[in-house]
Design a protein. Structure first.
Lengths: 505, 306, 360
């Protein structure tokens, strides 16, 4: 057997309260695409941060081509031929593509030379990119290209990719895979982090599975069924949400001809949006991040005001009503960003219950607050949604992501909404909590609530929604019934390949 | 009104002098803000620079040493801001205010024995040939050296930010400190350097007031110039040459109102004296529509968790 | 190597302890400063903190505590509401001046009429003066997004010039033999903010300060508006999501802090000071910023911090006359207090741990 490119031996890293990695060992061979598989919170990110020199292990060693390897900082890792494409891009909106790429290099050539190198590499690997465009103006897929090209210019031996497909349409994923296969054929090793099993089965040569910080198994993905891998990942068989046959009532939410500019500089404007949701219906809205999801939620929650007639609730125009007035009517929302948008991090759960609950739960009288009632409401949410916390006086930021998400969704669900709009309801949430949240949404719909679920997780949308539409650059495709929809059709609704091309292999 | 007593050549020449403290302080703060830090302590650092420069040049007889001391004094005071905001992670607005309040008191304490003294003069440099050109010569080429240092500094900051790797890294840190950290750049270290540079520049600006423009020491003599410099950075949209332009504009207003006071126009002195502040507000209003060029991480505290 | 570790939630204990630790640290370093100035540090600190309360002439100084503390508390309460919401009014000094000018002008307009309603009108005029001055940055911020810090501060300099113009012009005492400054309101019965009980220092401004403390306490802890103020400061996006109207909040917070600063100025000019003059303002508007932070932006805390700061003012004056401690030393002392407070505040939200070296 030849020496592996990188060998991890007994890597351990503990943070207060959690052991993020517990004696993790595995090898990555030369020219191998190695998958690192695991749920959110399994310790994948910590592990790659150790490889990339952002975090130092408490114990354990790494060997790079048999030599001890302990990068003190990312710069050292890059010098040793290790490059990383981050899940949340480490890009600078106000700088142009070439400047962004220069920042990721040790000794970049002069700007002019760099720009032509960028053009050259981007054409070779089928990732077209203009070096002088401002990064803030690029789409999510294009931003990922910046990261990838930044890595490729370093001529890496090991390329780490953290959940790269979460921002791509299915067609773009195919193109990315062509690029990665070309890299492999040139001898580059790839460490591919994901929780999407089908992707791993098509792309990866070998897989290591992490659960709760421990290495729980290895397999050859092409020879292992997705189901087996899922069970290794989760540790037990998963329950899928129940959906009972539903009768749809009259239209509850009617959006027509909605156009608004984005409130933020690098946001996406919504352009001529149409959608209707009937009582008891779940409308799933898919699309790659950054195509107007936040703006759509803001428009429906009342944070962004529009023409009165653009949004109607039970026939009544509500486009000019603010969040409080909409809550009074029964239009409730749960934004994507838990800390800082849906909840105030440093405030207690009781105070956070008041944040959206004051109107419908009558937690105030003439402006004066009823703290006792508010506390009862907070406790009700904690109990009904199994939120793990010592009590409602704890700060929101002390909760884990999944628990806080259950609290945020529970807070809206328990207020008996007429219309509920959720954005990324299970993002970054462990499988059990995600299943509970999806079940709660379905139960609510069964009781006659009209639900809009915005999500980038297509599996989730297929599981819970009755009809599906996709957001693409601020435009919404015409909704279609979910049954019978194919992945290709969904991909086309999401905007196809966004002008990407297959690598010239 | 009688404008006859105002000599336009002298007016323009003194405009450049009046603008220099503003320019020095604003260029320093511009670099600080480009790195994503909002230091509202400019006024405090200026006044400390004013007294340290004054004291040292009186004691040593050398205005040059005075300016060096002013830069050191301003930088030392900004070190307190560094401790508060970069290590103790305190709110930048509150810390900047603390710096100003402390600096005003501290300078008054230091300056007690220097009231009413005349500092050694620096003397103007006469650039051969150029300074002999009529009209333009006296306006542009017969000033003290520090005034030219200010202009050179503007050019240097512009070129550094635009063309060098250090400038690129500085801008990156101010734009998105988390991303810069993820790439392995030392966010805190870069910010500390920027803050110290800003402190030194503010100190120079302060000393320019006490050693050249006035030249004398009185308590609180910066009289809001530091705050106007902060406004100037906004006015300049974080661009060095626009800061120069803005400084000359404000310098012009200050000089003009002083000349009008001296000329004894019908407008009461107090209303003339408040005009630079009112014009600052007006300029802020006109320019506040465009926030796009502000560094995106401006004023946000950075703490690397993992 | 030492690392900071964010606490899962803010520490209650430290949030109470930091002001005390900051005061202690200031005493130590202040003492050091006094020693450098050639004074006995123990004696100097003793003079500042002990003399006014328990010294030989405390019967005279104790009432002064109320007189100096009231404007500080009144202004700081207003500022703290804005600071909590992330709205930075740092031009209270200007609003204080305008309140005094408006209040005094209203009173002097009636001179020498003797009527019960003169003083209430002055109170309203004073609050209005401060309010209108604060509405300038408020409206500019709401309408154009102009930075309120810079505008409110610029307006301090404008107000100072206006004060000069008033005391030399319109409000100058016609019987003052050409000296600058207005008539003395202390000798105009109907307009005089006299002590309510002789020898206690208790005047209407002190009453107003206490009312403001209670009002702010109820607002912040029991009322939706107070909740929205806190929410806006903690998480602006969540506040918008909760239905807060940011422009309205800006107008409210700046307007209220301006009105309170105006009231403070009005009570001062009609009481302890008596005269509109060029050197009427002594920096209460800026010291109140320290008071607000020292009191942790909490009404009760501000009350205590106002008392403490008044103590350093009075003690400082005593130290000045008895020990020859320069006036500026006290200013430095106060500035130091704010420094230490901000620095130690770290302990509320972070734990300090010794750790092996790590890429931070």
């Amino acid at each position: 057997m030849t020496t592996p490119l990188l060998s991890l031996q007994g890597l351990t890293k503990a943070y207060p309260g959690v052991v993020a990695n517990d004696h993790v060992s595995f090898d990555i061979g030369e020219g191998e695409v190695h998958a690192l598989l695991g749920e959110n919170g399994a310790g994948k990110s910590t592990l790659v941060k150790m490889i990339y020199g952002l975090v130092k292990p408490d114990s354990g060693t790494m060997l790079l081509r048999g030599q001890p390897y302990a990068p003190a900082e990312p710069r050292a890792a890059r010098a040793d031929g290790i490059a990383m494409v981050f899940q949340h891009f480490s890009l600078f909106d106000a700088l142009n593509v070439a400047e962004n790429i220069a920042l990721g290099m040790e000794s970049p050539p002069p700007m002019g030379d760099l720009a032509s190198r960028i053009r050259e590499v981007s054409e070779t690997y089928g990732l077209p990119l203009d070096p002088y465009r401002r990064v803030g103006d690029l789409s999510a897929g294009e931003r990922q290209r910046v990261e990838i090209i930044r890595c490729l210019l370093q001529d890496p031996k090991l390329l780490i990719m953290d959940e790269p497909t979460s921002v791509l349409t299915p067609q773009e994923v195919d193109i990315l895979f062509e690029t990665l296969k070309k890299l492999r054929s040139e001898g580059t090793s790839i460490l591919y982090i994901s929780h999407k099993l089908e992707e791993i089965r098509t792309l990866c040569d070998h897989a290591t599975i992490l659960r709760l910080g421990k290495n729980v198994g290895e397999c050859t993905p092409s020879e292992t069924s997705a189901r087996d891998m899922a069970e290794m990942m989760v540790g037990s068989a998963l329950q899928t949400p129940e959906r009972s046959g539903r009768e749809f009532g009259p239209v509850a939410l009617d959006v027509s001809g909605l156009s608004v500019p984005s409130p933020s500089e690098f946001g996406t404007a919504l352009k001529n949006l149409h959608l209707t949701v009937r009582k008891g219906e779940v409308l799933g809205i898919g699309g790659v991040a950054g195509n107007g999801q936040d703006e759509l939620l803001g428009v429906l929650s009342g944070e962004i005001l529009t023409d009165a007639d653009a949004i109607r609730f039970n026939g009544q125009p509500i486009g000019k009503l603010g969040p409080t007035a909409r809550r009074r009517l029964g239009v409730l929302t749960a934004p994507e960003e838990r800390l800082g948008h849906a909840a105030a991090p440093d405030m207690s759960l009781t105070e956070n219950a008041l944040l959206t609950g004051s109107v419908r739960e009558s937690l105030e009288k003439n402006g004066f607050l009823k703290w006792a009632d508010t506390r009862v409401f907070a406790e009700k949410i904690i109990q009904a949604f199994d939120v793990r916390t010592p009590g409602p006086e704890n700060a929101a930021r002390s909760l884990s992501g999944g628990n806080l998400q259950k609290f945020v969704i529970g807070r809206e669900v328990l207020q008996n909404p007429e219309v509920l709009v959720v954005n990324q309801p299970t993002w970054g949430v462990d499988a059990a909590a995600a299943a509970a949240i999806r079940q709660a949404i379905l139960d609510l719909a069964a009781k006659g609530t009209a639900v809009v679920c915005i999500s980038q997780d297509l599996d989730e949308l297929m599981e819970i929604s009755d009809s599906f539409a996709a957001l693409n650059e601020g435009r919404l495709s015409a909704p279609r019934p979910t049954t019978g929809l194919t992945v290709e059709e969904i991909g086309l609704m999401m905007g196809g390949a966004h002008g990407m091309e297959v690598a010239h292999v | 009104m009688d404008f006859g007593e105002i000599n336009p050549v002298l007016l323009l020449a003194s405009l450049m002098v009046a603008a220099t403290p503003l320019l020095l302080a604003a260029i320093g703060e511009l670099v600080v803000e480009k790195a994503g830090v909002l230091n509202l302590g400019v006024e405090g650092m200026m006044i400390v620079g004013a007294i340290s420069g004054f004291a040292i040049s009186v004691e040593t007889g050398s205005p040059w040493l005075g300016f060096v001391a002013a830069a050191v004094g301003g930088a030392l005071l900004s070190l307190l801001f560094v401790l508060l905001t970069q290590f103790a992670l305190a709110n930048q607005v509150a810390s900047g205010l603390a710096l100003t309040l402390f600096g005003l008191g501290f300078s008054a304490l230091l300056g007690q024995s220097y009231v009413g003294i005349k500092p050694p003069s620096m003397g103007d440099i006469h650039i051969p040939l150029l300074s002999d050109i009529p009209v333009i010569g006296p306006i542009l080429f017969q000033h003290d050296p520090i005034l030219y240092v200010g202009i050179a500094l503007t050019a240097a900051v512009w070129a550094t930010l635009k063309y060098t790797r250090v400038g690129l890294i500085l801008r990156a840190v101010g734009e998105n400190h988390d991303a810069a950290h993820a790439l392995g750049y030392k966010v805190i270290k870069i910010r500390i350097m920027a803050i110290l540079f800003g402190g030194a520049c503010a100190g120079l600006g302060g000393a320019y007031i006490s050693l050249i423009r006035v030249p004398q020491w009185t308590e609180g003599m910066t009289a809001g110039v530091g705050w106007i410099a902060l406004a100037l950075v906004v006015f300049a949209s974080w661009k060095p040459w626009r800061a120069l332009l803005g400084a000359y504009l404000f310098g012009g207003i200050t000089v003009l109102q002083l000349n009008l006071q001296a000329a004894g126009v019908a407008i009461p002195v107090e209303y003339l004296a408040m005009s630079p502040y009112i014009i600052t507000i007006l300029v802020l209003v006109i320019l506040s529509a465009d926030k796009s060029s502000a560094p995106a991480s401006l004023g946000r505290t950075f703490h690397a968790s993992h | 190597m030492i690392v900071l570790e964010k606490r899962p939630q803010p520490s209650k204990a430290w949030s109470y302890a930091t002001p005390l630790v900051a005061v202690l640290a200031t005493m130590v370093f202040g003492g050091l400063l006094f020693a450098i100035l050639g004074k006995n540090p123990v004696e100097a600190i003793g003079t500042i903190f002990w003399e006014p309360l328990f010294g030989e002439f405390s019967f005279y100084y104790r009432p002064q505590l109320l007189v100096k503390g009231a404007p500080l508390v009144l202004i700081a309460i207003g500022l703290s509401l804005g600071f909590r919401a992330g709205i930075w009014n740092i031009g209270a000094e200007g609003q204080y001046i305008m309140g005094a000018i408006f209040g005094a002008a209203a009173g002097l307009a009636f001179y020498p009429l003797d009527a019960w309603y003169v003083f209430p009108i002055m109170v309203i005029a004073g609050a209005f003066g401060g309010w209108i001055w604060a509405m300038i940055p408020a409206l500019l911020k709401v309408r154009f997004g102009t930075n309120e810090i810079l505008v409110s501060l610029m307006l301090v300099y404008v107000a100072e010039q206006f004060l000069a113009s008033m005391s030399l012009g319109l409000l100058k005492n016609p019987e003052g033999f050409g000296f600058p400054g207005s008539r003395n309101l202390q000798s105009y019965e109907s307009a005089h903010n006299a002590e309510l009980f002789a020898g206690t220092g208790m005047h209407w401004g002190v009453v107003a300060a206490f009312i403001a403390v209670i009002f702010a306490y109820v607002l912040l802890n029991r009322h939706m508006l107070g909740f929205h103020i806190r929410l806006t400061g903690e998480a602006p996006r969540a506040a918008r999501f909760a239905g807060v109207n940011p422009p309205r909040l800006i107008l409210f917070c700046l307007g209220l802090s301006g009105a309170l600063a105006g009231l403070a100025g009005m009570f001062e000019v009609s009481g302890p000071s008596g005269v509109v003059s060029i050197d009427f303002n002594v920096g209460y508007g800026f010291t109140a910023i320290i008071v607000a932070f020292l009191g942790r932006l909490h009404p009760v805390g501000i009350l205590l911090a106002g008392g403490l700061m008044a103590l350093t003012y009075i003690g400082g004056e005593i130290a000045q006359s008895q020990l020859g401690l320069p006036a500026a030393a006290i200013q430095v002392f106060q500035g130091m207090l704010l420094f230490f407070l901000l620095a130690f505040d770290l302990l509320t939200n972070y734990r300090i741990r010794a750790a092996r070296s790590e890429v931070a």
